[in-house]
Design a protein around this ligand. Sequence first.
Ligand SMILES: Nc1ncnc2c1ncn2[C@@H]1O[C@H](COP(=O)(O)OP(=O)(O)O)[C@@H](O)[C@H]1O
Ligand SMILES: [Mg+2]
Length: 424
Amino acid sequence: MPPIPKIVGEYKLGELIIEGKTKQVYDLPSLPGHCILLNKDRITAGDGVKAHDLAGKAAISNQTNGKVFGILNAAGIRTAFVKIASENAFISTKCQMIPIEWVTRRLATGSFLKRNVGVPEGYRFAPPKHETFFKDDANHDPQWSDEQIVSAGFVFNGVKIGQTEIDIMRDMSIVVFEVLEKAWATRNCALIDMKIEFGVQENGDIVVADVIDSDSWRLWPSGDKRLMKDKQVYRNLTTVAEADLETIKNNFIWISDQLDQIVARSNHLVVILMGSPSDKDHCAKIAKNLTDLGVNVQTRISSAHKGTQDTLKILRRYESEFDKLVFIAVAGRSNGLGPVLSGNTTYPVINCPPVKSDNVNMDIWSSLNVPSGLGCSTVIYPEAAALQAAQIIGLSDFMVWSKLRVKLLSNLNSLRFADKAFNA
Ligand SMILES: Nc1ncnc2c1ncn2[C@@H]1O[C@H](COP(=O)(O)OP(=O)(O)O)[C@@H](O)[C@H]1O
Ligand SMILES: [Mg+2]
């Protein structure tokens, strides 16, 4: 008789692929290219030398990891995380893991101080500092240079890890850090440093894999080291009493609860106003770009020339409902709309006239040569209008900022891949 398969949530587990200090990874025959990761009720430090059972830890870590990867996936970062499968388990794409820890730091602390004698604790890295370590418990995860990683000649799922791949992973690590730093800042918590791992999926894509939970970072509420809520509390203990484990568990629960507050959306709006319904295609392009960036949009039709009272009524209504508000004015021929809005509101106004090549030289001046006292800007491409509005919203909305940040990285990485393919 074949062995009865283990079941987790609604999934039948396949072979055990690998087991580490805190997780087991099982194949998932019902979802090709995927695996299921089971967290253990286990906390470890010092390359596994210090280790304790901690009832409930698997469930808390699983929650935390799911929320963190939820943020990263929403921001558009390529990750292996798919979804939570049960209290203790989640589904990921199946990867061959790159045995490197990618560490990003905002403030100097911990091992950095030992390796960089003379640097005081709390030294602020701007931009963040990035370091790589080879995953090798027996040799205490030695720091590796790019040259060492290239020379290792790693090939995973057919992908050779060369300098281009390292550059891409380094930049992705920094973006992951910056996104989570901004997210935690909304809870007045300082993300001090963190480590992530990458894997190569069966389709050859390099993605953020493994887990990100309270074991992965240092997190100081109010930027105060004494208030730390992460695994460092455990690392610092010389003896571990039952009460200490309880404190650590409560800290981890606190972190998971805080993450629930972070996912809340902000009260912002971008209003696209068009002077005539004939501009609707141009407006639809702006709206699509904004929606892709996670920005809330409303499109209205109103002519400042022909319906001045209505235009101002619309303006006053949105001013009273949103405190993070941007207007985009779309008007052909003479653009009265944008300048009228701009002369009557404290909120940013972006002109995006739907100019055509035969009349651009005449019409553009109505958007550019505006009376004194007005501060509207003018762009001609729908994407540019959307990006500018999103950048303004992103000043106070970490998710919009994050999507913009990831977009920059995707643009850069596309060029890197294109360059590599061109020279292959
Ligand atoms: N998406 C994935 N696909 C395949 N293996 C993974 C994935 N995510 C993590 N792993 C691997 O799962 C193993 C178990 O994790 P863990 O217990 O944290 O191990 P370790 O003690 O080596 O850190 C690790 O070897 C890790 O690289
Ligand atoms: Mg691990």
